[in-house]
Design a protein around this ligand. Sequence first.
Ligand SMILES: C[S@@+](CC[C@H](N)C(=O)[O-])C[C@H]1O[C@@H](n2cnc3c(N)ncnc32)[C@H](O)[C@@H]1O
Length: 412
Amino acid sequence: MKKTVVELFAGVGGFRVGFNSVKLSKKGKTIEKPNFEFVWANQWEPSTKSQDAFDCYQKRFGQSRNHTNEDISKIDKKSIPNHSVLVGGFPCQDYSVARTLSNEKGIQGKKGVLWWQIYEILDVKRPPFVLLENVDRLLKSPSKQRGRDFGVMLRCLDDLGYAVEWRVINAADYGFAQRRRRVFIFAYHKSTNYYNQMIDNSSEDIIMKKGIFATEFRVYDNVKQFRAADIRPEIYKDLVDVSDKFESQFLSSGIMVEGIAFSANTEPITKKYKTLGQVLERNVAEKYYIKNHEKFEYLKGSKKIDRVSINGYKYVYSEGSMSYPDKLDLPARTMLTSESSVNRSTHVVKDLDTNRLRFITPIESERLNNFPDEWTNTGMTDKRRYFMMGNALVTGIPEKLGKRISEIIDLE
Ligand SMILES: C[S@@+](CC[C@H](N)C(=O)[O-])C[C@H]1O[C@@H](n2cnc3c(N)ncnc32)[C@H](O)[C@@H]1O
C-alpha cells in the first residue's frame, strides 16, 4: 500500500507539517521528509475574499493543481485521487468552545454540515485509513441531545465498513506547550490487516494498550468506568433514526466495531510539559506591547454582570479571575482565533527583557502549535496569522500518529 494522503480543510497544513516533520530553512525553504505523499489538498475560507490559509499552503508546499481552493461541497468527489489516508480538522464552529451553548447547532448547523462532505468522500473513495480532528465538545454535542452528532458520525462510518478509535488529547499532557484539548478520530476499514488484528482484542485492551492512541499517547490501565452505546441497524434503522433518537454519553477514549461503541475516561501518563516561558522570543517589537492595561485588568478579573436571557429572564453572569499576566512556568492556555485582540482569552505575558506586559508574537503563536517559526509569514497580517494558529492544531500530535500510521501501512 502506498503512503498517499488527502488533506481536507487543510488550513495552513498542520497535518502535513506533522506527518512529514516539516521544517523551514533559514532562507524560508520548506524541508519536508517524504514519509507520506500528499496527493491532494483542499482549503477554502468561506468568510473572507482573501484566501490567506490557501496562499500560505501554496507558498509553503509549492503551487500545484492538486491544491484546490474551492468550497469542498462544490467538488466532484470522483475527481479526488485515490489515497490511503484521509486527514482533516473539520470546521468546528458549531461545536466550538468559543461559542455559547445557545449558538450551538450541532451536526445540522451551518458549518457542521461539512461532515456530510467527508462522508461523501469516504463513500466514493473508501480510503483504508482516516484521521480526523475536532473540538472535544463534539463528543457531547448538541446540548439538548447529548452525543447525537458523534453517534451519527459513528453510524456513518459503520455503514461504510469502518471501525473507529477516538481519544480526547490535551497536548500539554504529552510534552507540548499548550493546553489544547481536541478529539482525534482514527477510522480503519474492514478490508485492512490492521482491522483484522484489532478486532481480536478486547475493547479495554484497544483503548488502554493496543490501539493507535494507547501506543502513542499512553494512559494508565486502571480504568473502571466504561460506557457502551449500540448504534447498530437492529436498534436504529437508518441515519435519520440515529439523528432523531440517539442520545448517549461518549467518554474521552473509545472504540467502535460493528456498531457497538465502548468508551472510558482514561488518565494520561503525562510527560513533562513545555512552558509558555520556553517559547518566548527576545527583543520583541514595540507594537506587541499592551497599551490598554485597565481594560485587560477588567476582562481578566472576577466580575458579576446583570444579564437578560433570550427568553427574558434576568440573571447574574459571573466569572472568576484568571492569571494576569499568564504564568510563564505553565503551558499556555488554548489559543483561539481571536488571539491578541482585546479579549479575556488573549494571552498576556511579561516580556523577558523589559518586564512589561505584551501580547504573544505571531512566531510565539506558531511555536505553541509546534509549527516552524514564520510558517504563516506569507503576506498576511499579524491578525490573520493568529487566526490561522487559533484554527490549527499542535502538529506534534499528527506527527506521532503519522509515525504509527506509517508502521500500520507497512504491514498492509
Ligand atoms: C479547523 S480549521 C483546520 C485547520 C488546519 N488543520 C490547519 O492546520 O491549519 C478548518 C478549515 O476548514 C476551512 N473550511 C471551512 N469551510 C470550508 C469549505 N466549505 N470548503 C473547504 N474548506 C473549508 C476553513 O477555512 C479552515 O481553514
